[in-house]
Design a protein around this ligand. Structure first.
Ligand SMILES: *Cc1c(COP(=O)(O)O)cnc(C)c1O
Length: 216
């Protein structure tokens, strides 16, 4: 873990921005170390990993594509699901949360760059999708999430993040800024650009924990 780098990021982060330490592929020891340095929320993208590392002293956000058959395992553990991308998934989260009497904070994942290999709803589908999700009693729609365009130049990244920002404000004016409060965008390579375009939740893995080793 890069303590110095983390402290530097924390020092410059505005108060209203939440830092998610993306701990996927990293060990519980590394997570404990990041917690000791002030990280409070951790992001995982695999249900199995979340189960293995779960610690009820910390907050956990599911940030990866979620299969419906895994929802029942995630729902008791997660403090937020940031990757809500289909109505069928929303239905399943509703069903499993109802069983344990839990209201799940969710973010709608938007495929802002329209990349075919990415999950998320398209921008133009988003307002109708939010409206549908709002009808589920055990879902609390709190905002939007996106992954910036990969291998893109700075102009393209700026353009995508600005479109997210506009969409976010549009939803805020419709549902209120107490309801729609999180715009989760920005990762290790692009978080300064995301912050410039209204992000208030950044998800950082590599800059905090170093490179991921997927072969383990
Ligand atoms: C892995 C991941 C991150 C963190 O990526 P880094 O580039 O390592 O900061 C953020 N968001 C999502 C959805 C991810 O899957």
């Amino acid at each position: 873990m890069d303590k110095k780098k983390l402290q530097e990021i924390q020092k410059h982060l505005p108060d209203h921005v939440t830092l998610i330490a993306v701990s996927k592929t990293h060990t519980k020891e590394e997570i404990d170390e990041a917690y000791a340095c002030g990280c409070r929320v951790f992001g995982e993208n695999k249900v199995q990993e979340l189960k293995e590392k779960y610690d009820d002293r910390y907050q956990w956000h599911m940030i990866g594509h979620l299969q419906r058959n895994k929802v029942k395992d995630v729902v008791p553990l997660a403090d937020m699901i940031q990757s809500l991308d289909s109505l069928r998934l929303a239905e399943e989260i509703e069903k499993q949360c109802a069983k344990i009497d839990k209201i799940m904070p969710v973010l709608i994942e938007v495929n802002i760059s329209r990349e075919a290999n990415k999950t998320g709803v398209y921008m133009e589908e988003c307002p109708a999708f939010v409206k549908q999700c709002m009808q589920y009693k055990h879902l609390d729609v709190q905002g939007l999430m996106c992954v910036g365009p990969l291998d893109a130049d700075r102009d393209r990244i700026e353009e995508c993040f600005e479109r997210m920002n506009i969409l976010f404000h549009k939803l805020q004016s419709e549902y209120g800024s107490e309801q729609i409060r999180y715009l989760s965008m920005g990762m290790s390579d692009d978080y300064p650009i995301a912050l410039k375009h209204g992000s208030n939740m950044i998800r950082l893995g590599t800059v905090i924990f170093g490179k991921r080793n997927y072969s383990i």
